[in-house]
Design a binder for this molecule. Structure first.
Ligand code: ADP
Ligand code: MG
Length: 521
């Protein structure tokens, strides 16, 4: 240690020590061995509001928050047991006007010191530090929450993808069996299985939607008309006990959303409203236009509100309703995915969704979507082929690495009259095409295949036959949201046949216009 320069000692006096103590921002106190306050510096009054006279002679523990008292008492005992040692403790300190101040105190047992004969404490207001800590904690919690949602999404998406492949196969096998059997009783059982497959497909669709793996196919549509079309579906869903009313502005209201997703959101919201009104009630759908403002650079938007007069949402439940798998409903009745999925869909469409509720009075769910430009009329009217049947001699090249899906898809197409050649990946498909360049009317490629994926295979196939219509099938076609040549798994045979028919007719006759969006659902 280098030598410290010696300073001239100030003229020490009792007045000076008193001044130092009295000017301190910290509370300097002296206590006896039972915790009674013998002295408090004036900072005590500034922090607590109690005058030094009010504090004098009082048991210090009566000023601590009841939840902290026992802990501070234990620390005080430690101070008494170890003379001279410094002990630090945090606690809430009573304010005269009510409420508490977070304090940190350092105590030292000077009972044996003949000049002091007491416990000396130095206490400091740490409420700001505590507040920062609490804020930091909140931020970390939110981060954790986001990460949890993300990993749940990844997990759900992964499961849903594999599950989808299996469902495709099950669905097609069941449909084939139902079509081939002559036994009406067996057919009835198989139809039951088909219903279950459709429900399972709906669940995977919800899961994929939550994981944002469900490709959106946004269209510019009139929200007013869409709601009017959905009316009967919603009424059926709600049952006879609930009256539905719709209030919309005059004229079309253009929004850019995937119609299937919009339907999903409305079904989810209506289902929740139904569950909230077990004894019947009133469901209102309201559409209002919100003009944009230049002040905050607000874009014109549409506010869709779904109002019910049901049981409402308890205040402690409200912050959690958009969490995936959060439900207050009994097992088997709620999945906890409805609002999570709706939230995913609406934010994906550039909008926002929130919920307001008054327990006992009802709930309002608001959806705000940006207003879209009116659509331009299509150049040519697309004539959709109604049936997915093959014309004589038409042959399809089908590539999918999933044996289960490929074989049953091939059988489905054969039933519709198509001749089918199967390939297990893009390479095998190209080999076949090279060997017979004019044999195929169309190709159907799975997007994800080992060795050579669907899109690369299609590029090379088009180099061989530039007029070959190629359709893709996919479990999750993220990144290809606007394409209409992708068919989502699980699909059924007639839907695939329908697409093939369309693609081939379009390739032969360009006047039929652009591909129409798949109708498989
Ligand atoms: P689920 O309906 O499967 O429970 P949701 O995500 O759709 O899952 O909703 C989550 C929870 O939010 C519900 O369990 C319910 O407690 C609450 N909730 C949602 N909508 C309403 C509503 N309209 N009225 C009352 N409670 C609602
Ligand atoms: Mg729900």
């Amino acid at each position: 240690m280098p030598d410290q320069p010696t300073l001239d000692p100030p003229p020490w006096s009792e007045a000076m020590f008193r001044a130092l103590t009295e000017q301190s921002g910290d509370i300097i106190s002296l206590l006896d061995d039972s915790g009674r306050l013998l002295y408090n510096s004036p900072a005590a009054e500034k922090i607590s509001g109690f005058s030094t006279a009010e504090l004098s002679g009082v048991d210090t523990f009566t000023f601590f928050h009841p939840d902290d008292r026992e802990r501070v008492q234990a620390e005080f005992a430690r101070v008494l047991a170890t003379p001279g040692a410094m002990v630090t403790v945090e606690y809430r300190y009573r304010r005269k006007e009510g409420g508490w101040t977070w304090m940190e105190a350092v105590a030292s047992n000077q009972l044996d010191n003949p000049d002091v004969r007491g416990v000396v404490t130095n206490s400091r207001d740490i409420s700001e530090r505590k507040q920062q800590q609490a804020q930091q904690h909140l931020i970390e919690e939110q981060q954790l929450h986001r990460q949890r949602l993300e990993s749940l999404g990844t997990l759900a998406g992964g499961i849903a993808h594999d599950f989808n492949n299996l469902l495709s196969a099950i669905g097609m096998h069941v449909a084939l069996a139902a079509a081939t059997t002559g036994d009406a009783a067996v057919r009835a059982e198989l139809e039951g299985a088909e219903v279950a497959v459709r429900r399972a497909a709906e669940l995977t669709r919800q899961l994929l939607g939550f994981a944002r793996r469900q490709p959106a196919r946004p269209l510019t549509l009139d929200l007013r008309q869409a709601l009017q079309h959905l009316g009967p579906l919603l009424e059926r869903l709600l049952g006879g006990q609930i009256a539905v009313s719709l209030s919309v502005p005059e004229g079309p209201v253009w929004v850019g959303v995937d119609p299937a997703q919009l339907e999903q959101v409305l079904v989810n919201l209506a289902t929740n409203a139904r569950d909230a009104m077990p004894g019947g009630g009133h469901l209102q759908l309201r559409v209002a236009l919100e003009p944009g403002g230049t002040a905050n650079d607000l874009r014109p938007s549409v506010l869709l509100s779904v109002l019910d007069d049901g049981v409402g949402v308890a205040p402690d439940v409200l912050p959690r309703v958009f969490e995936p798998f959060f439900t207050t409903k009994e097992l088997g009745r709620g999945t906890g995915l409805g609002l999570a999925v709706s939230h995913g869909i609406i934010t994906q469409s550039g909008g926002s969704i929130w919920l307001e509720s008054e327990p006992g009075t009802g709930t309002a769910v608001h959806v705000r979507l940006p207003l879209a430009d009116p659509p331009t009329p299509p150049a040519t009217a697309a004539v959709a082929a109604k049936s997915g049947a093959a014309r004589p001699g038409e042959r399809v090249l089908l590539a999918d690495d999933d044996d289960l899906v490929r074989t049953v898809t091939a059988r489905m197409l054969s039933r519709l009259g198509w001749a089918v050649d199967e390939a297990r990946d893009g390479f095998e498909a190209l080999e076949r095409l090279v060997n017979a360049p004019t044999a195929y009317s169309a190709a159907v490629f799975d997007l994800r295949m080992p060795r050579l994926g669907g899109e690369e295979a299609a590029q090379q196939a088009l180099a061989i036959d530039p007029n070959l219509p190629v359709l893709f099938i996919s479990g999750y076609a993220d990144g290809a949201r606007t394409r209409t040549d992708i068919i989502q798994k699980p699909f059924d045979g007639p839907a695939l046949g329908h697409h093939l028919r369309n693609a081939i007719d379009r390739a032969r006759d360009p006047r039929l216009g652009p591909a129409i969006a798949p109708c498989a659902r």
